[in-house]
Design a protein around this ligand. Structure first.
Ligand code: ADP
Length: 651
């Protein structure tokens, strides 16, 4: 039974290949039989030379040898044109005809039998015929038609002739000849089948081996592709991780974060220089950079014309080249005064407007081109830089607004305290006037003692200092300035506004308790803003208690809690109803007829800008306590924004 053909190979295909192989075998084995025939025929002629007519012998020999030569020529031509596999049928057909011709010539021996009366010679002829029959069939088993075409004309005429002779011996010889013919053809047929099966198996094995090799190659290719994809994926993940690490580092300055990003980019892209450039008209300026080159500096500007920066801005996607020679415009080298062989850059947009470029370059060519993930990464980095600058600008604008609001709030506080302050200033001035009048009167009366005059003048001077101090405090409190974060002690900050506090207490007839631990760690704070928050809370407490029964007490305390210093302002007023407690920090929330509702929300944003928080808790007894926390100075970096320093702001 035939084995099934391997998947993908048609039975037809295999059959054609087997046919081709059989024909090839036919031609390969032919020379041996042909040469034997070429030699046997002359030997037979020689032996019958005196027994049969010589002319008949020679004609027979010539015909036979001609067919043999034709077969030999066919074999030679076939070998030379072995590649013409598609012409298999024609080749087999030719050879079958040639075999039939040779077989017929051998069958022509019937005439020699008839012409040779000697039984011995006739037996010899039959022996020769039997030999060439067997030899021929053996070389032709691969193509059964050739066997039949060769054997039938070779055996039948002599055998039939012998059978027709009136002689038992000859009849037996004829019968034996027919028997040999059937036997030879039967055996040839069996060999033919075995050979076909063997060829089929060999071919199928070969095809199996080939398809296995093909599958193996495909698998290897797929594995390689998979490995490449996996490597690319890992690379992307690593790039994103690096990117995330650099942008998520706990820094508060946009400039620091961009600097870290540039360092990460230089390392990732193998570049010696990383630049954030800002366009300004027809020039671009280096806003931030990392470079080992000493001839490039932050703040330096270059012409934009035909520069990498310009090409990057024009391109809608990241621009990359790993060999400078491949870059269409080499002018960038001229502008940067260096040979840029490697460049990777992307446009940075801020608020939808072109800002500049983020780029990485190197004077050396890259060993391999930038990968797709590199282009995606720089795009992501440029987008992030744009967003950071945008945020930075928004924060700067918000901070300016906040400063303006805080200033307005301070002026408002001063306005509300104006009558009290006027009284506070008025008192020493009245005292000065009184002392001066008394002193002058004594002088006019000539009763002035030098000691007495000196003491009066000292009192006048003291009152002047006092007036001046109050005026200075008012001026200081009213001034408009940028936040200045300093390492300060809470106690000192309270001392600076002691006059204001005293004034409030006196004006509102309040008791004031101050419980501040002198050993508290210093905090990082803007003194003016701190004082503003304290005054807001104290004045709110005073307002709340204005209608309360006495005792009206305000207690200020400060304590160390974890990494913060917590400051509290506690009153004995009516407190805040639970349903509005969570609203008091909202801007414009007020329960006062002339209130603005901004004091607490401004205080909250001031505290949060310091890295702290503001909250309120009802007291166990009457009143409420407002708390705010400030980080201990040693635990924080300066919360100043550096946008101005970094020149990230638009010009
Ligand atoms: P304003 O003082 O202009 O009303 P604030 O933001 O300072 O604005 O205060 C908002 C509101 O919070 C006040 O109107 C008041 O109802 C409430 N509040 C603030 N502090 C106290 C306090 N110590 N006791 C009771 N209520 C308070």
């Amino acid at each position: 039974m035939n084995a099934p053909a391997p998947a993908g190979l048609g039975d037809d295909f295999i059959s054609r290949r087997i046919d081709a192989q059989r024909v090839q075998l036919l031609y390969d084995q032919a020379p041996l039989g042909i040469v034997a025939n070429l030699m046997i025929a002359p030997v037979l002629t020689f032996l019958l030379w005196d027994e049969a007519p010589r002319s008949a012998l020679l004609i027979w020999l010539a015909l036979l040898e001609t067919t043999l030569v034709i077969r030999l020529i066919l074999v030679i031509i076939h070998q030379r044109r072995a590649a013409e596999a598609e012409k298999v049928e024609r080749w087999v057909e030719r050879y079958i005809w040639a075999c039939a011709a040779t077989g017929t010539c051998w069958g022509g021996c019937v005439f020699l039998l008839a012409l040779t009366p000697s039984l011995v010679h006739q037996m010899f002829i039959c022996l020769i015929l039997g030999g060439v029959l067997m030899g021929g069939i053996l070389t032709m088993t691969s193509v059964m038609t050739a066997c039949v075409a060769y054997a039938l004309p070779l055996v039948l005429p002599p055998a039939l002739w012998l059978l027709l002779q009136d002689d038992l011996m000859r009849a037996v010889m004829g019968f034996t000849g027919v028997l040999y013919l059937l036997l030879a053809l039967g055996t040839a047929h069996r060999y033919h089948r075995v050979l076909s099966q063997a060829l089929r198996l060999a071919l199928e094995n070969l095809e199996l081996a080939r398809s296995y090799a093909r599958v193996q190659e495909q698998t290897e290719r797929a594995n390689r592709h998979l490995a490449e994809q996996q490597a690319a994926l890992q690379d992307s993940v690593e790039a994103l991780r690096e990117f995330y690490r650099s942008i998520s580092a706990p820094r508060r300055h946009a400039g620091d974060q961009i600097q870290t990003l540039l360092a990460m980019g230089c390392q990732r892209f193998g570049a010696g220089t990383g630049i954030l450039a800002r366009i300004d008209g027809d020039r671009y300026e280096i806003v931030q950079m990392i470079s080992s080159r000493h001839d490039l500096a932050q703040g330096e500007s270059f012409s934009l014309v035909e520069s990498c920066c310009q090409h990057t801005l024009r391109a809608r996607q990241p621009v990359a080249f790993d060999r400078g020679s491949a870059w269409p415009a080499r002018q960038p080298s001229r502008h940067l005064r260096l040979t840029v062989e490697t460049y990777l850059g992307a446009a940075v947009q801020v608020g939808g407007q072109p800002f500049g470029t983020l780029n990485f370059s190197d004077a050396r060519p890259r060993p391999s081109p930038f990968a797709a993930v590199d282009l995606e990464l720089i795009q992501l980095m440029a987008q992030w830089v744009g967003a950071i600058i945008d945020q930075d600008r928004a924060a700067a604008a918000a901070q300016r607004q906040h400063a303006l609001l805080a200033h307005a709030s301070r002026l408002n506080t001063l306005g509300e305290m104006a009558s009290g302050l006027a009284h506070e200033i008025n008192q020493p001035i009245t005292a000065i006037a009184l002392y001066t009048e008394t002193c002058l009167a004594r002088l006019h009366a000539g009763q002035a003692q030098p000691k007495e005059v000196r003491e009066t003048l000292e009192k006048i001077a003291a009152q002047s200092v006092r007036t001046n101090t109050i005026i200075q405090q008012i001026r200081h409190f009213a001034r408009q300035s940028k936040p200045q974060y300093l390492t300060v002690r809470i106690k000192d900050l309270f001392e600076d506004i002691a006059d204001f506090l005293r004034l409030e207490m006196r004006r509102n007839r309040l008791q004031f308790h101050q419980r501040i631990n002198p050993n508290l760690p210093p905090v990082l704070a803007d003194p003016l803003q701190f004082q503003q928050v304290v005054l807001n809370l104290i004045r709110n407490a005073a307002d709340a208690m204005s209608a309360s029964e006495e005792p009206r007490i305000i207690t200020v305390f400060a304590r160390h809690v974890g990494d913060t210093v917590e400051i509290g302002v506690k009153d004995t007023g009516p407190g805040v109803a639970p349903d509005i407690l969570n609203q008091v920090l909202n801007p414009f929330f007020t329960t006062k007829p002339d209130g603005l509702g901004l004091g607490l929300s401004i205080s909250q944003s001031i505290v949060e800008a310091h890295g702290g928080r503001l909250w309120a808790t009802p007291n166990p007894g009457p009143g409420i306590t407002f708390h705010f926390s400030l980080p201990v100075a040693s635990r924080v970096t300066t919360p100043e924004r550096l946008s101005g320093d970094l020149s990230l702001e638009a010009n």
